[in-house]
Design a protein around this ligand. Structure first.
Ligand code: G1P
Length: 292
């Protein structure tokens, strides 16, 4: 029997320098994809996978993320008085249960490995999910994390979502080697963080969804700086993979890096095109623009 995955860690401490000046006063995770903040889309994915507790690793100037996941009494009251039933119901549906969120701060930007380590006390001694909010995983099906939890229930151990990227982009990501590149779930044979051009073991990149055993925290605790002078999660995963099995779960949907301008713009268009209330009109607008 595998232990159930109840908790998810969301690192949201990044400065968002790629989006300045938009992110001078607004966290990048609160920028909107259509009408939902980036981080809300990722929480939606985690909720759909059965996650019950959301642990946000925040930083200075990120307090509005906490407000976003709290009840807004004045707003609820005003909506109720104005009989805006639909809006009120939508807010209620999004609201996490009382006590289902935790916030802790990463005091200095020392890397993803350090951000995850900051969540150790709240995660405790149980396996957990990790979702990088910049990376939006879009699928018509059950969602990336739900697929991973299915694979975890079958195999136990640690799981990483992977997807192919063009060869000339492998140096921008963590890359994994797998036993069977065509399989939906395959044993990981190697991992490397941001391999120099031409040295990647495959074209499968770590796409930002993980299921990890709590043993990762011991390894993160005494971790040295890796690629880019940062404490890298991948380095601790490499160490853990010598003691515990790691599986790659291939994600076949669309992935948008909402932390890059192009990815963010493309995600807005893609998500809006799929909405019944916006899609047809937006398509017409885009066609007009392309004819300009
Ligand atoms: C992090 C991870 C990397 C992964 C990437 C996905 O890198 O370290 O392994 O491929 O996220 O976005 P970062 O984007 O923080 O440089």
């Amino acid at each position: 029997m595998t232990k159930r995955i109840r908790k998810a860690v969301l690192p949201v401490a990044g400065l968002g320098t790629r989006f300045l000046p938009a992110t001078k006063a607004i966290p990048k995770e609160m920028l909107t994809i259509v009408d939902r903040p980036v981080v809300q889309h990722v929480v939606d994915e985690a909720r759909a996978a059965g996650i019950e507790h959301f642990i946000f690793v925040t930083g200075r100037n990120k307090a509005v993320i906490e407000d976003h996941f709290d009840m807004a009494y004045e707003l609820d009251d005003t909506l109720a008085k104005r009989n805006k039933v639909k809006e009120l119901e939508a807010l209620k549906a999004d609201l996490p249960a009382a006590g289902a969120t935790s916030f802790t701060r990463q005091q200095a930007p020392l890397g993803l490995g350090h951000a995850v380590w900051c969540a150790r006390e709240i995660v405790g001694e149980e396996p957990f999910a990790l979702l990088l909010p910049d990376m939006l995983h879009y699928s018509q099906g059950k969602g990336c994390l739900a697929e991973m939890i299915e694979a975890y229930d079958q195999h136990g151990g640690n799981h990483i979502a992977v997807a192919p990227v063009p060869e000339d982009q492998t140096h921008q990501y963590g890359i994994v080697g797998v036993q069977d590149a065509k399989a939906k779930v395959s044993k990981v044979t190697g991992m490397v963080e941001k391999p120099p051009k031409g040295t990647a073991p495959s074209n499968l990149h770590i796409s930002g969804r993980y299921i990890l055993q709590p043993t990762i925290f011991n390894l993160l605790a005494n971790q040295e700086k890796g690629a880019g002078g940062e404490i890298q999660l991948t380095d601790s995963m490499i160490a853990l993979s010598r003691q515990e099995p790691f599986y790659a779960v291939r994600f076949d949907g669309e992935i948008y890096d909402a932390g890059s301008k192009i990815g963010f713009l493309a995600a807005n268009v893609a998500y809006a095109l799929d909405r019944g209330d916006l899609g047809p009109q937006l398509r017409a607008e885009i066609e007009k623009l392309l004819d300009r």
